[in-house]
Write a protein of this length. Sequence first.
Length: 344
Amino acid sequence: MSKKINLKSLSKDELFRFIEDRGLPRYRADQLIHWIYKRYAAKIDGITEFSIDLRNVLNEITFISNLELVKRLKSLDGTEKFLFSLEDGQTIESVLIPDKSLRIRRITLCISSQAGCAMGCSFCLTGRIGLIRNLKSYEIVDQIIAVNRIIKPERITNIVLMGMGEPLANFDNVVEALWRVVLFIGISKRRITLSTAGITPKILLLPKKAPEVNLAISLNATTDVSRNEIMPVNKKYPLKSLINACKRYPLQPGRKITFEYVLIDGKNDSAEDAHRLVDLLRDLRCKINLIPLNPHAGSSLKRTSDQNVLEFQKILLQNNMRALIRESKGQDILAACGQLKAMY
Ligand code: SAH
Ligand code: SF4
């Protein structure tokens, strides 16, 4: 007997072809998309709109995969961390960041794009792990489905690709996942942010292939010398090429590129750095998120003092830059990848 097909492994075109090849009417594919991505059916038998006969036919040849929840940790600040296990036993994290302060409730999910990461940034715990493997597109999307199931009847409203991994190093799967999030799950591209360490050619390719999501850049330094030291990706794609790619990124009206700047004591937090940051970003429609380093045991890097964070911000503000201080959230639940932070 041939192996059963995971319906979540099929793209939209593949799903329609699969349905047609079996002599079923095309609307069955639309129904499958609806039940899998909007109603979070965990198995074929959960699709109660289908007759028992049809479910039997599908059960013979297909199945629906699901992430397995391994751990759920809730922080005092409302942030929740989920640890999921994948088919091969690897684990990934997703972080839920509810924002009750807004009139319209915003529920952001920070999702992973890889198990581990190959970029090796010195301040980042995921970087220490190294790359284990790329996530498949359905494993990226499934984090949203799994958490939506858990928080029902509420729904995730915003997505940030800021969990484990470098999304642009898993380009094709991330692009396919973005399409599914927009078209199948129904989250607007304006409510999705992709964060990258700066793989320049892929930043240029992204708007040609993917929905026009918001872009965030992990900048973290203002000279090539210091960026090379903490973010090795900079040796291949130095600051100039990164900033040029940002200048070419098509921005929707009213949108800005976010630059994340993790403040590390004595490494990138001087007044000169702040002034250089102003010069670097002067011609860009952007905002800057200053994130005091969330230190972790694997590294000797230290967090900048609160006083210094304020002084750094002051220089940016005096030069008409938009700069906010973003504390890492969920510190009590060990935002363990060291990256969990309030993006919004
Ligand atoms: N690989 C992508 C997305 C995941 S990292 C990227 O680098 O953009 C998400 C964010 O977490 C990055 O902005 C990174 O600078 C930040 N980060 C990583 N380690 C951190 C730490 N120890 N403290 C604070 N922020 C951290
Ligand atoms: Fe990878 Fe981003 Fe961590 Fe760098 S900061 S190691 S790119 S996850």
